[in-house]
Write a protein that binds this ligand. Structure first.
Ligand code: UD1
Ligand code: CA
Length: 456
């Protein structure tokens, strides 16, 4: 049985925030969420999150995750934290019973590194360690003359000689569950911090003749923790660079990998180009040959093959068909569905609207709750008046219609196939197919009129 305990009770004072530390985001997802992703990739039998500061908020944020929560109040050290999780652990009473300890504020640890640690454990204890040029602050791995791990000494308790050790404890470890229970029952808080140290189980394992193995993270950044906004910002950049690298490896062109932000999952076809300053959120799919211009925000969207989003386009919850052209400065809101080869130009907003194949809305328009057919031309300044202040109504524009500039379509209303609306039409009744409809007072010229002149 594999148990994973995630320690997330700490306050994170240095964040200077009312939000519990582990709920602060990296790449738009709470740090604890990243840790849970890595944990879940191991298909554990049980995940226990140890909460303390802001426990209610943390629990509420992850209420649907089939997690067990253990409350640690007050916080008396990492060993004390793990003790609170013990009642929740599952055991089959065999050598496979393993408990892995992770940290809610060490968000970037990768499942492959954890697998390597579990592999290294064998039947004993395994520590994730690193060798650092500057080990200050970390617990040090103390080895004997034969190079066998003897114990971990915390920085504050270490002698000068021990502080010279560069091999450090990342905090992440995997232990046999039954032995972990026993060892935790034997640790005390007689140390420099007056805390129950999880790290003290290492000396007890050695005493009991349990082998202590170690593994190292594939990348150094996997074990970096977040205690401050500065560290959060640093990890954000590290993670964005890593995500950018993965996309480059898959064949995506990023105009500048350092000016790319992904807060979700991005799937790309072949030969996708992404210009600088774009932000992707939620699940986004870019099909083959898509080009994203600079400074676009694309959220929960699928962009069809060969489509182009020009600069400063904002897409949220929308579909864009193949070879369509959107922007610059276009806004596609939830339910926008742009057909293949359609064009949506600057300052055009669409919401819950289908724009058919090859149709064009090139300038300054609001199209909401509308079904627009193929090859329709929507003139500049066109507005669907879809809302009477209480209810929303549909506008239907059939194939090959031509909507003159500055028209208002007061829904519910229908424009028939091939119909033309004269510029400036306020359409309150259906426009018949194939005919010109307009609602404009006749233009007149007042003969002999002169401009008033200033008196006195
Ligand atoms: C710990 C390790 C140290 C290691 C370092 C790596 C111990 C005793 N020391 O030290 O060997 O080099 O991590 O960063 O384990 N937490 C709780 N409840 C508590 C105390 C801590 O949930 O009562 C959580 C914290 O929120 C944090 C994590 O455990 O996420 C680590 O706690 P922290 O106090 O930062 O440990 P360190 O002193 O850094
Ligand atoms: Ca501490």
């Amino acid at each position: 049985m594999l148990n994973i305990i995630i320690l997330a009770a700490g306050q994170g004072k240095r964040m200077q925030s009312d939000l519990p530390k582990v709920l602060h985001p990296i790449a738009g997802r709470a740090m604890l969420g990243h840790v849970l992703d890595a944990a879940q990739a191991l298909s554990p039998d049980r995940i226990v999150v140890v909460v303390g500061h802001g426990a209610d908020q943390v629990q509420a944020a992850f209420a649907d995750g089939q997690l067990a929560f253990a409350l640690q109040q007050p916080q008396q050290g990492t060993g004390h934290a793990v003790m609170q999780a013990l009642p929740h652990l599952l055991e089959a009473q065999d050598a496979g019973d393993t408990t892995l300890v992770l940290y809610g504020d060490v968000p970037l640890v990768q499942a492959d590194t954890l697998r390597a640690l579990l592999q290294a454990r064998g039947a004993g204890l395994a520590l994730l360690t690193e060798t650092l040029d500057d080990p200050g602050g970390y617990g040090r791995i103390v080895r004997d003359a034969q190079g066998r791990v003897r114990r971990i000494v915390e920085h504050k308790d270490a002698s000068a000689a021990e502080r010279a050790i560069c091999e450090v404890n990342t905090g992440i470890l995997a232990a046999p569950t039954a032995a972990l229970r026993q060892w935790l029952g034997q640790i005390d808080n007689r140390n420099a911090q007056g805390e129950y140290y999880l790290t003290d189980i290492v000396g007890l394992a050695v005493r009991d003749g349990v082998p202590v193995a170690h593994a190292q993270p594939a990348a150094h950044w996997e074990t970096l923790g977040v205690n401050s906004r500065v560290q959060q910002a640093q990890l954000e950049r590290i993670w964005q660079a890593e995500q950018a690298r993965r996309l480059l490896d898959q064949g995506v062109t990023l105009a500048d990998p350092a000016r790319f932000d992904l807060r979700g999952a991005l799937r790309c076809g072949r030969d996708v180009f992404i210009d600088v300053g774009c932000v992707f959120e939620g699940d986004v799919q870019l099909d083959d040959g898509v080009r994203i211009g600079p400074h676009c925000v694309v959220r929960a969207a699928r962009i069809g093959a060969g489509a182009v989003l020009d600069a400063y386009t904002h897409v949220d919850g929308a579909l864009v068909g193949a070879a369509a052209r959107i922007g610059p400065y276009a806004r596609l809101r939830p339910g926008a569905d742009i057909g293949p080869e359609a064009h949506v130009g600057n300052f055009v907003e669409l919401k819950k609207t289908r724009l058919g194949r090859g149709s064009k809305a090139n300038h300054l328009a609001y199209l909401g709750d509308a079904q627009i057919g193929d090859r329709v031309n929507v003139g500049a300044g066109t507005i669907t008046c879809n809302y009477d202040g209480v209810n929303k109504f549909q506008t239907v524009i059939e194939d090959d219609a031509f909507i003159g500039s500055d028209s208002q379509l007061v829904a519910p209303v229908r424009v028939g196939q091939g119909a033309t609306l004269g510029a400036g039409t306020t359409l309150t009744r259906d426009a018949p197919a194939g005919q010109l409809t307009l609602s404009r007072p006749r233009q007149q010229t007042v003969a002999g009129w002169t401009r008033p002149v200033r008196k006195g």
